[in-house]
Design a protein around this ligand. Structure first.
Ligand code: NCD
Length: 319
């Protein structure tokens, strides 16, 4: 599949200013670096998150049509730490259940003077559709189908930047269910924009990245893929996006692709392990790796707040 079919053009105004965050494709290195710098400025020297008044006249609505723990709650905390009003729309009990059209629901919320909509949906490009049809609001993509998860990739880049000197000389292995992972797709884009050329995509054939225009190294051998790398990003088997018959046997998958201490030992000694969560212990990652001092998994969660504050403040024209 060609990811290029979904364009993010409408996320920039004619002067190149960000007005929505739909995906990372189309954003420059300067855009990404600016977002990371603003996120950094929201973290103090002790690693604690700061508070800001930047959004004190604004309202943010979270619309999560798919399950979420990290993304939804960190968006909520981020909005509150930036002094916005925030609502989590109760979609299960909303008028959508009475067959209200999604755009009518959005227009109704807009009439309540909501300024930003954070949307997660199983359908790729749904946030783009809303952005095209509703004026005077900012749309933030919190994960659309298998397409993109831009704030996750940004928080992943912030985490890498906190551990490694530059993106240019890094070797990054992305391991697991790449084909169904919007996180992997956005991370591939972010690393490319930031100048990382050694990105290895490690997956069995059925879960490998299938964008023909991408020239990154595809490897089906995890030992070979991880060797000497600086960053290992493990991914969950996203069974909800697979046909029953294609779901791998978990034990077999762990035997062939699980991130174990022995396999991690093949990476550089100071390699970090990342995972967007939720982790499935004993499936894609061994417990001892997830809990080791090489794991940055919980640091990623905290960074999610700083990155989401940063992006909302930038969209509001406050940073
Ligand atoms: C990911 C997602 O929803 O795409 N999770 C997240 O946002 N942290 C990855 C996953 O569900 O496996």
């Amino acid at each position: 599949m060609k990811k290029d079919l979904i364009s993010n053009d409408i996320q920039l105004d004619s002067s190149g200013k960000l007005i929505h965050l739909l995906g990372l494709k189309g954003l420059s290195k300067n855009h990404l670096t600016h977002i990371l710098d603003v996120a950094d400025s929201l973290i103090d020297n002790q690693g604690n998150l700061k508070k800001s008044k930047a959004l004190d006249d604004m309202s943010v609505a979270n619309l999560f049509f798919e399950p979420s723990t990290r993304t939804r709650n960190t968006f909520e905390i981020a909005a509150m730490r930036s002094s916005a009003n925030v609502i989590n729309v109760d979609l299960a009990n909303s008028a959508l259940k009475k067959n209200e059209d999604l755009l009518d629901t959005m227009r109704t919320l807009q009439a309540m003077q909501i300024d930003m909509f954070v949307i997660r949906h199983k359908q790729s490009a749904l946030p783009h559709y809303v952005a095209e049809n509703i004026d005077n609001v900012s749309i933030l993509n919190a994960g659309d189908g298998i397409n993109a998860h831009p704030t996750q990739a940004l928080l992943d880049m912030l985490t890498i930047r906190q551990h490694k000197k530059s993106f240019e000389n890094l070797s990054v292995a992305i391991v697991g269910d790449i084909v169904h992972s919007r996180v992997a797709h956005s991370n591939i884009q972010a690393l490319k924009t930031l100048g990382t050329t050694d990105v290895r995509l490690v997956a069995p054939a059925g879960l490998q990245y299938n964008d023909d225009s991408c020239s990154l190294r595809r490897v089906d051998d995890i030992e070979m893929g991880i060797k000497n790398c600086d960053v290992v990003i493990a991914l969950r088997l996203q069974k909800e996006r697979m046909l029953e018959a294609d779901i791998p046997n978990e034990q077999e998958y762990f035997d062939n692709y699980g991130l174990t201490p022995e396999r991690l030992a093949l990476a550089k000694p100071d390699a970090i392990v990342m995972h967007p969560g939720p982790i499935n212990r004993g499936v894609e990652i061994d417990s001892s790796v997830a809990d080791s001092n090489q794991s940055a998994i919980l640091q990623q969660v905290t960074n999610g707040i700083a990155v989401r504050m940063a992006i909302m403040e930038i969209l509001a024209g406050k940073s």
